[in-house]
Design a binder for this molecule. Structure first.
Ligand SMILES: Nc1ccn([C@@H]2O[C@H](COP(=O)(O)OP(=O)(O)OP(=O)(O)O)[C@@H](O)[C@H]2O)c(=O)n1
Ligand SMILES: C[C@](O)(CO)[C@H](O)COP(=O)(O)O
Length: 224
């Protein structure tokens, strides 16, 4: 069986506001519902695990009732770091199961079916995969200096989610203790010495991080 862990356990500090960003409405529905639907539409048999802070779970269930949102999913508790949230979600995947497990930011509602498919298929072939996009601006390394210098942008990629792994590999990786360098799930797997295959992401697959991203999200929704 395949699984997707949708992490929405963060604080949303950069977004600000009283309502956690995963619940903010775009096109009349909370962000998180759009994200869950993307994976369900891709594969209705996918086991969906949503990670939310414990004290937001009752509110989420209430939102689902109010909106008539019936896509089945399990819920795990959010943790103090993204690593911990991912690990809590992974605990709901049986240890001895074969298949792949993906990790996706709850606040990336515009992931395309093609990106999801590329990631899941590449992970099935090569154990680990993540979606990337080329850098479109000139890139400057500052390293603390006020002048800095340009670096070749073709050497870099922007990393998105879902990041998908063989289940046994993900289980082994998340048994490691937390390190600050674990900014995404691929970095956890790579620290075992494994390579993660890069596949093409999609431009609209933005992470809703700041209020400006929310304006972009409204724009994207209205184009559909
Ligand atoms: N302890 C955490 C931290 C982050 N996330 C999730 O990881 C994704 C990407 O993180 P980000 O957008 O940075 O969210 P926040 O950490 O909530 O934002 P901020 O850094 O502005 O507080 C989000 O879906 C977020 O909910 C999580 O599940 N648990
Ligand atoms: C996982 C991620 O979205 C890949 O780009 C990113 O690393 C999350 O970073 P954040 O600082 O937690 O937003």
């Amino acid at each position: 069986m395949d699984h997707i862990i949708i992490v929405a356990g963060g604080k949303g500090t950069r977004m600000g506001g009283d309502l956690p960003k995963q619940f903010l409405p775009i096109g009349g529905r909370p962000v998180l519902m759009h994200t869950i639907k993307k994976f369900h539409d891709y594969n209705p048999k996918l086991h969906i695990i949503v990670v939310l802070p414990h004290d937001q779970q009752a509110f989420w269930r209430q939102l689902c009732n109010e909106q008539g949102f019936t896509i089945e999913h399990d819920i795990a508790d959010g943790g103090a770091s993204r690593f911990e949230s991912s690990r809590n979600g992974l605990a709901l995947v049986p240890d001895d199961e074969e298949g792949v497990v993906g990790f996706h930011d709850g606040v990336r509602p515009f992931v395309s079916a093609e990106t999801i498919d590329r990631c899941f298929e590449a992970a099935r072939e090569d154990y680990a995969a993540l979606p990337v996009m080329p850098v479109t601006d000139t890139l400057r390394f500052t390293g603390g200096s006020s002048a800095g210098r340009n670096v070749p942008r073709s050497d870099y990629r922007i990393v998105q989610t879902p990041q998908v792994f063989d289940i046994a590999l993900a289980k082994q990786a998340f048994r490691q203790p937390y390190r600050d360098a674990f900014t995404d799930d691929a970095s956890v797997v790579e620290s075992l010495g494994c390579q993660v295959r890069m596949v093409e992401g999609n431009r609209e697959n933005i992470k809703l991080t700041t209020p400006f991203d929310l304006q972009l999200a409204d724009f994207i929704i209205k184009q559909r």
